[in-house]
Design a binder for this molecule. Structure first.
Ligand code: GDP
Length: 686
C-alpha cells in the first residue's frame, strides 16, 4: 500500500504505568483493522508487550511500534505510526527516544486514579521537542471513573488550554463530539458549552479568524479556516485537546482514530524537527523539506538486538525517500551500506516494504554500524547533520558485575554493549584501574530487567556487588603552593621550580588552568609539562583518591636551568606544588546527592520516611493517589546501600524507586575522616 507524507501521522502513547497505554495501543490497532482481535494485558496476548519478560511482568519495559493503514472518513488511506512507550520512570530512556520520532504525544490519563504527577514531566519533555500534546482520558467505563474531576485536574495543572474534543455520555457508554457539533447532552453537561469554549480558544490564535468569528459567529468561519486555526493552536501549545476512551470496551477508540486523521499534524505541518548541522563555528538549525525528493536524512531512534533477525535499526525519515537496494551512509562514515531489506514493524512482526517516504518510520536489519541516534543519509553534504540531543536522565543506580563463570568475560562485554545500544539510559563503564565493570541505570528494577535480558537473550549470568561511590575532591579556600624539584644523579640533573595559586570555583564548573608566568621564568615549552603535572593530581586526587573538581590553578612564577630543566622535572614540580597548595586550601571530599523518588503503598509511608531519615535524606515532597504514596527526597548516593532490599521487605515487594543525579555536596566531617584515613597509608607522598 502506498501513501504520501501528508497521509502519515506519527503518534507516541505516553503516560504513567497502568493508565492503559498497552490496552489502548491494542484497541487502536484493532479499530484500525490491523488486528482481527484485540489481545489483553492480562492474558499476555498484546502486540506491544511481546517480550516474554513483558508478558510475565504485565507491563511494558520497552517501546513497541506498529502501524495502521486506515480509511475511516475519507477515501484516502492514512498511515498511522503508533509507538507505545513504557510508563515506569526507570524505562524513561526508551520513552524519551520515541518522542524524537513523532509529531504528536498522546498522554494517557486514568479516569479512575486521576492525573499523576509524572504527567507534568511528560508534558514538559513533549514541549521541549515541539510536539503537539493531546490528552486521552482512558477507562471511562470504570465504575469509579470521574471524568469531570479529571478535566478539572488537567485544567488546573495545564491551564484553560485543556479542552475536550469529545465528551463521555450515558455514563461512559459512548462519547459525543463537541468540536464539530454543538448539540446534545453529555456526562459533563451540555455539549454546546464545551463547543463554545473550544471555538473561543481556537480562534484566538489568528486575528483574521478571530475577526471573522466575531463578525459572523461560527457561520463566519470556513471549515478550512477553522482547521488551520486548530492546527496552529495545537502546534503552538495554545490548545491541549482531550479525547475520552475506554480502551477496554472500545468506546471512543474509532473516534480517536478519526480525530488523529482529521486534526493531528502530518509531518509537513508539524513544528520542524530539531535537526542541527555542524559548521565551522558550531551547530546551526537545519530546515528539512519533508515533501520533496531531496537527499535522504533519517535518524535512528531505536536499536533492537533480536536473537533471530539480528540488529534492527528503527528510524524516522525526515527528508528524501529511503528505497530498498539503495545505499546509505551512517553519520560521517565513508563506507555506505546497502539497504537490503526495509521493514515496517508491528510488535515483533516485520513487514517488508519497498520504500519509506519522508515522515515515515521504518527499519533496516543487520547493519553493524548502526547505533542509537545515528543519522542516515545519502550524500556527503549531510555528514554533519544530527538531531538536537535529548537530555536523558542520568543513570545513577550502579552495580559492579562480573561473569559468573570464567571464560564468559568477552561474551558479557559484547552483550552489555548491545543492551546499552538499545537503551540510552543504560550505561556500561569500564574502570581499568579497578578492573571493574559497572552497569548504571535509573533504578534497581531497571538494572534487574537488564540482567534478566542478559541471561535470557545472551545466555550470560553475572554476579553483582555495589560499585564504588563516585566521590570527588575539591578545595574550600584560596592557597599558594610551591615546589622546587632538583635531582643530581651522576651526569645531567633534573631541575624545575613552580609557584602557583589555587582558587575554588562554583560547584559543577570543573577545572581551569591559567598561565600567568611573566618574563619566561618557566619557558613556554615547559608549560604543557606543568599542566600535565597538575592534571595528574586532578585525576588521582590529593587526600582520598578521587578526582578533584571545581578548582582554578594559576601558575605565575618559576625557575628553570639551561641544562637540567626537562619536561619530567616540571611535571614533578607542578604536581608537588599543586599538592602543597591543596594541603593549605582546606580540601574537602564531595559526595553525589541524588533525587530519589519512592512509590509505596500508603500504609507504609511512615516506614519509608523512617528509613530515609536514617540515610541522611532530605524529604522534598510527598503526594499520591488511591492508596499509593510517592515520596521525593534528596539523598547521598552512599547511603542507598541496601535500600532496595529494605524497601522490598517494608512494602511486601510493592515499593519501587528511581534516582536521578542532582549535585555534589561535601561529606560530613566524620565521613571525610574515614575516607582520608583509608586512603592515607597506601598513598603517602615521599
Ligand atoms: P499501561 O501500563 O499504561 O500499558 O496499562 P495497561 O494497558 O497494561 O493497563 C493497565 C490495567 O488497566 C490493565 O489491567 C487493563 O486491563 C486495565 N485497563 C486498560 N484500559 C482499560 C479501560 O478502558 N477500562 C478499564 N476498566 N480497565 C482498563
Amino acid at each position: 500500500m502506498s501513501y504520501a507524507t501528508r497521509d502519515i501521522r506519527n503518534v507516541a502513547l505516553a503516560g504513567h504505568p497502568g493508565a492503559g497505554k498497552t490496552t489502548l495501543f491494542e484497541a487502536l490497532l484493532h479499530a484500525g483493522g490491523a488486528l482481527t482481535t484485540a489481545g489483553t494485558v492480562e492474558r499476555g496476548t498484546t502486540v506491544s508487550d511481546f517480550d516474554p519478560m513483558e508478558k510475565t511482568r504485565g507491563h511494558s519495559i520497552d517501546i513497541a511500534i506498529a502501524s495502521i493503514d486506515h480509511a475511516p472518513v475519507s477515501d484516502r488511506s492514512y498511515h498511522l505510526n503508533l509507538i507505545d512507550t513504557p510508563g515506569y520512570p526507570e524505562f524513561r530512556g526508551p520513552a524519551l527516544s520515541a518522542l524524537a520520532a513523532v509529531e504528536t504525544a498522546l498522554i494517557v490519563v486514568d479516569a479512575d486514579t486521576g492525573v499523576e504527577h509524572g504527567t507534568v514531566r511528560l508534558m514538559e519533555r513533549a514541549r521541549e521537542r515541539g510536539l503537539c500534546r493531546v490528552f486521552v482520558v482512558n477507562k471511562i467505563d470504570h465504575e469509579q471513573a470521574d471524568c469531570a474531576r479529571v478535566i478539572a485536574q488537567l485544567r488546573e495543572m495545564f491551564g484553560q488550554e485543556v479542552l475536550p474534543l469529545n465528551l463521555p455520555a450515558d455514563g461512559g457508554r459512548r462519547v459525543v463530539d463537541c468540536f464539530g457539533s454543538a448539540s446534545g447532552d453529555s456526562d459533563l453537561g451540555p455539549v454546546a458549552e464545551w463547543h463554545q469554549r473550544i471555538l473561543d480558544q481556537v480562534v484566538e490564535v489568528d486575528e483574521g479568524v478571530m475577526e471573522h468569528f466575531l463578525d459572523g459567529g461560527e457561520q463566519g468561519l470556513s471549515p478550512q479556516e477553522l482547521h488551520d486555526a486548530f492546527e496552529r493552536a495545537l502546534r503552538e501549545g495554545h490548545l491541549f485537546p482531550v479525547c475520552f476512551v475506554s480502551a477496554r470496551s472500545g468506546v471512543g477508540v474509532p473516534e480517536l482514530l478519526q480525530i488523529a486523521e482529521r486534526l493531528f499534524p502530518d509531518p509537513t505541518e508539524a513544528n520542524p524537527p530539531p535537526l542541527l548541522k555542524r559548521n565551522g563555528h558550531g551547530d546551526e538549525p537545519l530546515a528539512v523539506q519533508p515533501t520533496n525528493g531531496g537527499h535522504v536524512i533519517a535518524d535512528v531512534f531505536k536499536i533492537v538486538n533480536d536473537p533471530f533477525v539480528g540488529k534492527l535499526g528503527v528510524f524516522r525519515v525526515y527528508q528524501g525517500t529511503v528505497r530498498r537496494d539503495t545505499q546509505l551512509f551512517v553519520d560521517d562514515g565513508r563506507k555506505p551500506f546497502k539497504v537490503g531489506h526495509l521493514f515496517r514493524l508491528r510488535g515483533k512482526e516485520h513487514v517488508e516494504i519497498d520504500e519509506a517516504v519522508p515522515g515515515d518510520i521504518a527499519a533496516v536489519a543487520k547493519i553493524d554500524e548502526l547505533h542509537f541516534d545515528a543519522v542516515l543519509h545519502d550524500s556527503h553534504d549531510e555528514d554533519a547533520v544530527r538531531l538536537a540531543p535529548t537530555s536523558f536522565p542520568k543513570a545513577m543506580f550502579g552495580l559492579a558485575v562480573q561473569a559468573a563463570s570464567r571464560g564468559q568475560e568477552q561474551k558479557l562485554s559484547t552483550a552489555l554493549q548491545k543492551l546499552a545500544e538499545e537503551d540510552p539510559a543504560f550505561v556500561v563503564e569500564h574502570n581499568a584501574e579497578l578492573n571493574e565493570v559497572v552497569i548504571r541505570g535509573l533504578s534497581e528494577l531497571h538494572l534487574r530487567v537488564m540482567l534478566e535480558r542478559l541471561k535470557e537473550r545472551f545466555g550470560v549470568e553475572v554476579t553483582t556487588r555495589p560499585p564504588r561511590i563516585a566521590y570527588r575532591e575539591t578545595i574550600s579556600t584560596k592557597a599558594e603552593g610551591h615546589h622546587r624539584h632538583k635531582k643530581q644523579t651522576g651526569g645531567a640533573g633534573q631541575f624545575g621550580e613552580v609557584f602557583l595559586r589555587i582558587e575554588p570555583l562554583p560547584r559543577g564548573s570543573g577545572f581551569e588552568f591559567v598561565d600567568e608566568v611573566k618574563g619566561g621564568t618557566i619557558p613556554g615549552q615547559f608549560m604543557p609539562a606543568v599542566e600535565k603535572g597538575v592534571r595528574q593530581v586532578l585525576q588521582t586526587g590529593a587526600i582520598s583518591g578521587h578526582p578533584i573538581q571545581d578548582v582554578r590553578v594559576i601558575v605565575y612564577e618559576g625557575k628553570h636551568h639551561p641544562v637540567d630543566s626537562k619536561e619530567v622535572a616540571f611535571v614533578t614540580a607542578a604536581r608537588k606544588a599543586f599538592l602543597d597548595a591543596i594541603s593549605k586550601a582546606r580540601p574537602q571530599v564531595l559526595e553525589p546527592i541524588v533525587d530519589l523518588e519512592v512509590g509505596a503503598p500508603e500504609a507504609q509511608l511512615g516506614d519509608v520516611t523512617g528509613s530515609l531519615a536514617g540515610r541522611r535524606a532530605r524529604i522534598t515532597g510527598t503526594d499520591g493517589a488511591r492508596g499509593e504514596v510517592v515520596v521525593r527526597a534528596q539523598v547521598p548516593m552512599s547511603e542507598l546501600d541496601g535500600f532496595a532490599a529494605e524497601l522490598k521487605s517494608l512494602t511486601a515487594g510493592k515499593g519501587r524507586y528511581s534516582l536521578d543525579f542532582s549535585h555534589y555536596e561535601p561529606v560530613p566531617p566524620q565521613v571525610q575522616q574515614k575516607l582520608v584515613e583509608a586512603y592515607k597509608p597506601k598513598h603517602e607522598e615521599d
